[in-house]
Design a protein around this ligand. Structure first.
Ligand SMILES: O=C(CO)[C@@H](O)[C@H](O)COP(=O)(O)O
Ligand SMILES: [Fe+2]
Length: 227
């Protein structure tokens, strides 16, 4: 089985919103592979972040892929707005509504990569019927809604099972929540290749290259990509 390179996606939820564009440029220059954009509606999750207008500001500040994680319900009425705001990957939660297949179809029809996210309490089996429709599976290792939470180890087994379920397919497995230099190797060893990190990147001082490089190196070491 080919080993995928590890991608680090800083979550701007943890940045200084007063200097949003500057913060996005800083993580871009510090070597972020993707920029993770958390959209929260105060309904699907108990917190509100921002919407398409702010996503457009982020888009203007970077040429890196924008990884938009929608923690909103319903999702479908807003997919076009996020596509037009500059998303490259749009991820919807399997728990956000009864029409996951329709949402994924709509994302691909907009010309974007389609992702499905699952909460810690959701089994990976919900993804099986839509494997032909997804480019990315996001496994939450915290309950969604807030940055800075403690990494849950239980979803690691789901990542292992998803790795087996998606073998031979062009599907990335992303892990989100509580990723640090210590937890990144656990997620990478289990089979995740896209690592979201918010507080571990933005909360460690002004040199964002240090945590980004350290997380990537720790994960690559765990997958045998790095000596
Ligand atoms: O989607 C979410 C939280 O709901 C995440 O993307 C967090 O924003 C990641 O932050 P850290 O756990 O890395 O601080
Ligand atoms: Fe996220």
């Amino acid at each position: 089985m080919p080993i995928s390179p590890v991608l680090v996606a800083p979550s701007v939820l943890a940045c200084d919103f007063g200097r949003l564009a500057e913060e996005v440029r800083a993580v871009d220059q510090a070597g972020a592979d993707w920029i993770h954009v958390d959209i929260m509606d105060g309904h699907f999750v108990p917190n509100i972040s921002f919407g398409p207008d702010i996503t457009r500001v982020i888009r203007k500040a970077t040429g890196k892929p924008l990884d938009v994680h929608l923690m909103i319900a319903p999702t479908d009425p807003y997919l076009q707005a996020f596509a037009e705001a500059g998303a490259d990957v749009i991820t919807v939660h399997a728990e956000a509504g009864p029409h996951l297949h329709r949402s994924l179809q709509a994302i691909r029809a907009l010309g974007k990569k389609a992702g499905v996210a699952i909460n810690p309490g959701t089994p990976e089996s919900v993804v099986e019927p839509v494997l032909d429709m997804v480019d990315l599976i996001l496994v939450m290792t915290v309950n969604p809604g807030f940055g800075g939470q403690k990494f849950l180890e239980a979803p690691l087994e789901k990542i292992r099972r998803l790795r087996a379920m998606t073998a031979g397919r062009d599907i990335l497995i992303e892990v989100d929540g509580g990723i640090t230099v210590e937890t990144a190797p656990l997620a990478a060893e289990a089979g995740a290749s896209v690592l979201v990190a918010g507080s571990a990147v933005f909360g460690k001082g002004p040199d964002y290259a240090k945590p980004i490089d350290a997380i990537r190196a720790a994960a690559e070491r765990a997958t045998g990509l790095w000596a």
